[in-house]
Design a protein around this ligand. Structure first.
Ligand code: PLP
Length: 454
């Protein structure tokens, strides 16, 4: 009986052949990105200094579906379609009448969803003659994914890894090097941005905003080098929609449809990838709750402001309208490095602002508690980032139990935590605290917003 399945698998021939682009379905148009140099709407020529035209066109495309080139599909086939798993043991442990499903993106060779866009970005850059990419990485997942993707296309990659993660996760660095990437802790003496920060504070722990500035500087000052961003941008969120498109088909196979769709949010890409196909259904009248989960230590959606802000610390990346905690926001060194970004994808920000999606902030100890329960029931040790989605899924399942409702809950397991065991160790030894980012610091960080003249 298909209804009794635990792993719901799609055959390779059912893998999506197109990405879903949500732009034409938005409740209102996105505000245009702005150039940090001029304060005016950014031109394709300015973007062309660091991105290939193929991706710039995707960034602004009004087509609802965009064909995935064959070379990318060939690489996707190494791990896609990824399984959708019914978490029966987790349901039993909670004693909930709810059905919980998770999409297992941890099966990608790099360990997370990030490879879905890494392969696409390497492909479009290679096609336009670029031989090297520079990038940032927080948790190490994105740098790993881009190193593997560039390896497939015979390209070099230089990764600026946020200092705190670099120190916490030495094996992530080796993983990137195994696939041919080179890794530098950020802030670094290699860029003028890094040198300036280190002169003021030699022990600076770094953050994604600084690492992005360094990588953008390298791309902007070297002709053969482009910049690749692992989240936030429209085309990145679009590349991730293979997750939600597959999930919808897999649920159809067992005759189900979610009441709640859940994902964790850092810059917003894994959540967007899972959620956007369901957002489309919601915009077309279907009832479904779509929930983004963020840390209380970096509460971009739940405590930030919807304004134009810089994407990076040194004001080099495009200025976009988004939820933000201010580009100078310095998050504490929580154990979900990939969720420590001050901003949020403009697409997601707009959907939240228009009340199409919901958001919640959760503390890290509750997330690790959920992660351990998940590991002991479903077997997979989740990435600390993904544990935020697990926490929210468990909370929804407990609510369903209290209400006596047989809800269907679907969440995205964005990655595994095999390189995050030092964080688990700190949790087990009682060294992790919950941290609420103080409202006063957010107010301060929001005083230096850009002046936009549209
Ligand atoms: C496993 C995992 N999940 C989630 C994220 C958050 O990024 P995004 O919001 O772009 O999915 C990261 C970022 O590094 C990650 O490594």
């Amino acid at each position: 009986m298909p209804h009794e399945s635990t792993k719901i698998l799609l055959p390779e021939k059912e893998m999506p052949r197109q990405w879903y682009n949500i732009i034409p379905d938005l409740p209102r148009p996105l505000s245009p990105p702005v150039s940090p140099a001029t304060g005016k709407a950014i031109t394709p020529e300015e973007l062309g200094a660091i991105f290939p035209m193929g991706l710039i066109l995707q960034e602004v495309s009004q087509e609802s579906y965009i064909d995935i080139p064959g070379e990318i599909l060939d690489i996707y086939r190494l791990w896609r379609p990824s399984p959708l798993v019914r978490a029966r043991r987790l349901e039993e442990a909670i004693g909930t009448p709810a059905k919980i499903y998770f999409k297992n993106e941890s099966v990608s060779p790099a360990g997370s969803h990030k490879l879905n866009t890494a392969v696409a970005q390497a492909y479009y850059n290679k096609k336009e003659g670029i031989t090297k990419l520079s990038t940032e990485t927080g948790a190490g997942q994105w740098g790993s994914a881009l190193s593997l993707a560039c390896n497939y296309f015979g390209m070099k990659v230089h990764v600026y890894m946020v200092r705190v993660s670099y120190d916490q996760k030495p094996y992530r660095k080796l993983m990137m090097e195994t696939w041919g990437g080179s890794v530098t802790p950020s802030p670094s003496p290699l860029t003028s941005v890094g040198r300036e920060i280190l002169a003021k504070d030699p022990d600076n722990l770094g953050n994604l905003g600084i690492a992005i500035s360094e990588a953008v500087e390298e791309a902007a000052t070297n002709k053969d080098t482009n910049y690749a961003l692992g989240s936030v941008l429209n085309h990145v969120c679009m590349h991730q929609t293979v997750i939600g498109l597959e999930t919808r088909k897999q649920l159809e196979l067992v005759g189900d449809y979610p009441d709640v769709v859940i994902g964790c949010v850092g810059g917003g890409s894994n959540f967007s990838g899972m959620a956007f196909p369901f957002v489309r259904d919601k915009i077309n009248g279907r009832e479904v709750k779509i929930l983004a989960v963020e840390p209380t230590a970096c509460p971009t959606l739940t405590k930030g402001r919807f304004v134009y802000d810089y994407g990076d610390e040194a004001k080099m990346a495009p200025i976009v309208e988004m939820y933000t905690l201010g580009h100078t926001f310095m998050p504490p060194s929580i154990h979900a490095g990939g969720l420590r970004y001050h901003g949020m994808a403009p697409l997601l920000s707009l959907l939240y602002h228009e009340n199409v999606i919901d958001a919640v902030a959760v503390g890290q100890t509750g997330c690790f508690e959920a992660a351990v329960l998940f590991a002991r029931t479903e077997g997979i040790i989740p990435a600390p980032e993904s544990s935020h989605a697990i926490r929210a899924a468990i909370d929804e399942a407990i609510k369903a139990k209290e209400e006596g409702k047989r809800k269907t809950i679907v969440f995205n397991l964005s990655g595994h935590g095999h390189f995050d065991m030092a964080s688990y160790e700190r949790y087990f030894s009682g060294q992790l605290d919950d941290y609420e980012y103080p409202a006063k610091l957010i107010e301060e960080a929001l005083t230096d917003l850009p002046k936009v003249q549209l």
